[in-house]
Design a protein around this ligand. Structure first.
Ligand SMILES: Nc1ncnc2c1ncn2[C@@H]1O[C@H](COP(=O)(O)OP(=O)(O)OP(=O)(O)O)[C@@H](O)[C@H]1O
Ligand SMILES: [Mg+2]
Length: 226
């Protein structure tokens, strides 16, 4: 069967794009293709002038490691490492270490308001805090794009709002692109643009026009998928 039929999307550096669509519409498949976790049977995935759909498995893995930050719904932090160590890990896998990396990880944790939690382990932190660590970790290698699949799906409304606000701010500060899948109209309002999927096709786009306009996004969404 076809998970994604004819989904064309484009995102600019510094742009925050949300992806909405009902369960099974192909949102995760789209993110996996963009992130090089899956390969399309046809079509291309262009990033920084390269088509990652045509790379060898090894090159695609390296490209992902160096240029793509991924945030999952389940925070996926390593339980035996501190917040600081979790953030440093992707860079260490990439062969970096030392004081410069430690400073970078520390400043990222400060930028997600966790400067006071550097040496805490995940189980000593609330869900919203863990997801902010995961966000800092996704940024440590200066990615071209950060992909987030329902990043606030395990959080209550208030902590979800904090994560969306930080995502929006970090895109601006770091100049990377964020593509985030969500079911929450209130979260999608933080995006510059919302791409709506239906049955593996892009069925339309919504421009939220500012944070907090959740009822507008919900109404437009309902007409697009209805
Ligand atoms: N590896 C796969 N091979 C074939 N079909 C798949 C595969 N993974 C998912 N599918 C199917 O593709 C469609 C899209 O799935 P996908 O997981 O992308 O949806 P989704 O929009 O992320 O849904 P949800 O909101 O439930 O997470 C579904 O019909 C799913 O059953
Ligand atoms: Mg999904």
């Amino acid at each position: 069967m076809t998970a994604l039929a004819d989904a064309t999307m484009h995102a600019e550096p510094g742009e925050f794009v949300a992806v909405m669509g009902s369960s099974g519409s192909g949102k995760s498949t789209l993110l996996h293709l963009i992130g090089g976790l899956d390969q399309p049977t046809s079509g291309s995935v262009r990033m920084a002038g390269q088509d990652i759909a045509r790379m060898s498995d090894r090159d695609r893995t390296l490209f992902r490691r160096n240029h793509i930050g991924i945030v999952f719904q389940a925070f996926n932090l390593l339980p035996t490492l501190t917040a600081l160590e979790n953030v440093m890990l992707p860079a260490m896998i990439d062969g970096r270490s030392g004081a410069e990396l430690r400073d970078r990880a520390k400043s990222l944790l400060e930028s997600v308001d966790l400067g006071h939690r550097l040496n805490h382990r995940p189980q000593a932190m609330a869900g919203g805090e863990q997801q902010r660590v995961a966000l800092a970790r996704a940024l440590v290698n200066d990615p071209i794009v950060v992909l987030a699949d329902e990043p606030t799906g395990n959080l209550d409304t208030q902590h979800a709002q904090e994560v969306w606000r930080l995502l929006a701010r970090l895109v601006r500060e770091q100049g990377c692109t964020v593509i985030a899948v969500t079911h929450e109209p209130s979260g999608a309002t933080f995006a510059d643009r919302v791409v709506v999927l239906k049955d593996g096709l892009v069925t339309g786009e919504i421009t939220p026009d500012g944070e907090g306009n959740a009822s507008l996004v919900a109404a437009r969404y309902a007409t697009l998928v209805g």
